[in-house]
Design a protein around this ligand. Structure first.
Ligand code: APR
Length: 307
């Protein structure tokens, strides 16, 4: 059985464990700094498995020994933005968390593939790449699958069709200037612009961009976790099953899309070796400009950290 460790047993980490256990594709280890929490959540989940009929191991710990030899490590550890905290404060706080976590992860699982979830996502993924010293195919960030799923939800709602018919396409950094691409988004193979008027598409694009904030405004005390964790699971499954699945992920670009030395969300092929290929699709000048604007926002954060 493969082994997946999840660092940060908060809402997103624990939800990832629940979805993954249901798939029965890996033994799981949950790690958190809060004493008792990873142990308690692991035992609780383990006790659900006889009901679900799934045989996987689930271990909770405050240390990293149990994570040794993981195939994939999902990193959700970090802090949400608190009142009075600037974006840069959050950036530095979570960078310190990621630094400690990545150091420990690499020590015990030198061959793992890292999936970053902690925000600000693209900058934290870039930090993880640098701190781990891993090759770029083994460090990726979860954003595009989530953002695309949000867009698909809104498209399915608007058209009253099955979510299974909808394929959405979102590029760029995981921020307000992400780049949803209606031209490449389809419903049963039909491009979105053939099905909806421009103003409806514009509204869907806008709601997708603000999808994270919409949930925060409703929850008030936290951010989204069901859809983010489901997105992680799709990526984990693609890797563990060597599916060669094309998914939008945040990866380190080295000249692709004219962007060099930066994590940005683009379509990639996921398989046993992690990121096996970066797909370059043709963009209109407007789409390219939007992608560059989004990349510039990521670069600002990365520069604050001196990465
Ligand atoms: N090592 C391990 N765990 C840590 C560390 C650390 N150094 N620092 C914090 N944590 C843990 C916290 O104790 C907490 O349990 O990370 C967990 C984060 O969980 P939540 O606060 O519930 O946050 P969550 O909603 O899961 O989001 C986690 O993912 O989607 C992003 O923006 C989100 O950056 C945030 C991250």
């Amino acid at each position: 059985m493969s082994k997946v460790s999840i660092i940060g047993a908060g809402m997103t980490g624990a939800s990832t464990a629940v979805w993954l256990a249901g798939r029965e594709i890996a033994d799981l280890v949950l790690v958190d700094i809060v004493e008792g929490v990873p142990q308690g959540k692991s035992l609780d989940l383990l006790e659900a498995l006889p009901i679900l009929g799934k045989d996987v191991d689930v271990v909770g710990s405050n240390g990293y020994e149990a994570t040794a030899g993981s195939d994939i490590v999902v990193i959700t550890a970090g802090f949400p933005r608190k009142p009075g905290m600037s974006r840069d404060d959050l950036l530095r706080t979570n960078y310190d968390v990621i630094r400690a976590v990545v150091e420990a992860v690499v020590k015990y699982s030198p061959n793992a593939i890292l999936i970053m979830v902690t925000n600000p996502l693209d900058a934290m993924a870039q930090a993880a790449l640098k701190l781990s010293g891993f090759s770029r195919n083994r460090v990726l960030g979860m954003a595009g699958v989530l953002d695309s799923a949000r867009m698909s939800t809104f498209v399915a709602m608007e058209l009253g069709v099955s979510v299974e018919n909808v394929h959405s396409f979102v590029l760029g950094g995981h921020g307000d200037d992400m780049v949803p691409l209606p031209r490449y988004s389809t419903v049963a193979g039909i491009p979105l612009p053939d099905l909806l008027p421009p103003e409806k598409i514009a509204a869907i694009v806008e709601r997708t961009r603000k999808g994270g904030a919409e949930i925060v405004n409703l929850l008030k005390t936290g951010s989204a976790y069901y859809a983010p964790s489901a997105a992680v699971v799709e990526m984990v499954e693609a890797i563990l099953k060597d599916k060669k699945k094309i998914l939008p992920c945040s990866v380190y670009l080295d000249g692709e899309y004219g962007i060099k030395g930066l994590f940005v969300g683009v379509p990639v092929k996921l398989g046993a070796r992690g990121v096996e290929q970066i797909l370059e699709i043709r963009l209109t000048p407007e789409e390219k400009a939007a992608l560059e604007k989004s990349a510039a926002s990521v670069r600002e954060l990365v520069q604050v950290l001196g990465l």
